[in-house]
Design a protein around this ligand. Structure first.
Ligand code: PGA
Length: 253
């Protein structure tokens, strides 16, 4: 079964306006030949519209938002809704990134509301899961990831499953320079697929893309992407340098 190959760039709260546009243009130019790999850029909200405009009509590129509100509209000062994101021609939204869980106290109930609204608004979601260092050291990683998957994905309608992607991002590997080795990544991705089969069904589990994230870089991407159940990456730090991001995309060729 051939699954989509995807490399996503999570810029987080980085880049000023001119830097963001320059980075987007460089990435577009350097990765455009690799049409077989979907490139998804998650810039800060403030540049989402402009970057969505830059990539419009370009095969193999899409944009997404790093977050969305759990409300659809109304008196929620400072919030940005899923329909607003969709109206900017963005196609994706990240749900449940570990930084949102840790620093903004986003729990399963809130993430479920966000995921439901995003799907209802016609966006695709990348749902992020991953264990902490303590949880891995004590052998709880599968239990934690299974819980994170079930407590949000199980309440989403099965007919939306083709708009759902998963990213496995062990918290101990995010921004630390420490990466899951290919066998740790493969083992967890295969496990995630068994949980997806319980939540949805075997066919959906087989087709749903699962990305790896956490200090993925040009040196380790090839080995990680070669794993049977790793369908690409969600890249933070290395996505802020066009040459590094390009090298990661090229790891698929
Ligand atoms: P990193 O971040 O590549 O900088 O570790 C990945 C992520 O948080 O999505």
């Amino acid at each position: 079964m051939e699954r989509k190959r995807i490399v996503a760039a999570n810029w987080k709260m980085n880049t000023l306006h001119a830097e963001a546009i320059e980075l987007a243009l460089e990435v577009l130019e350097h990765t455009k030949k690799l049409e077989a790999v979907s490139k998804i850029i998650f810039p800060p909200f403030t540049y989402l519209h402009e970057i969505s405009g830059l990539i419009k009509g370009k095969a193999g590129f899409a944009t997404g938002a790093q977050n969305c509100s759990n409300h659809i509209k109304g008196a929620f000062t400072g919030e940005i809704s899923a329909p607003m994101i969709k109206s900017l021609d963005a196609e994706y939204v990240l749900i449940g990134h570990s930084e949102r869980r840790a620093y903004f106290n986003e729990d399963a109930a809130l993430l479920t509301e966000k995921a439901q609204l995003a799907l209802n608004s016609g966006l695709q979601i990348i749902y992020c899961v991953g264990e902490s260092l303590d949880e891995r050291k004590t052998g709880k990683q599968e239990m934690v990831v299974q819980r994170q998957l079930k407590e949000v994905l199980a309440s989403l309608p099965k007919q939306n499953s083709n708009s759902i992607l998963v990213a496995y991002e062990p918290v101990w590997a995010i921004g630390t320079g420490e990466t899951a080795n290919p066998s740790q990544a493969q083992e967890m991705h295969a496990f995630i697929r068994t949980v997806l089969a319980q939540i949805f069904d075997a066919q959906i589990a087989e087709t749903m893309p699962i990305l790896y994230g956490g200090s993925c870089n040009p040196q380790n991407a090839k080995e990680l992407f070669a794993c049977k159940d790793v369908d690409g990456g969600l890249i933070g730090g290395a996505s802020l340098k066009a040459n590094e991001f390009t090298a990661i995309v090229n790891s698929f060729s």
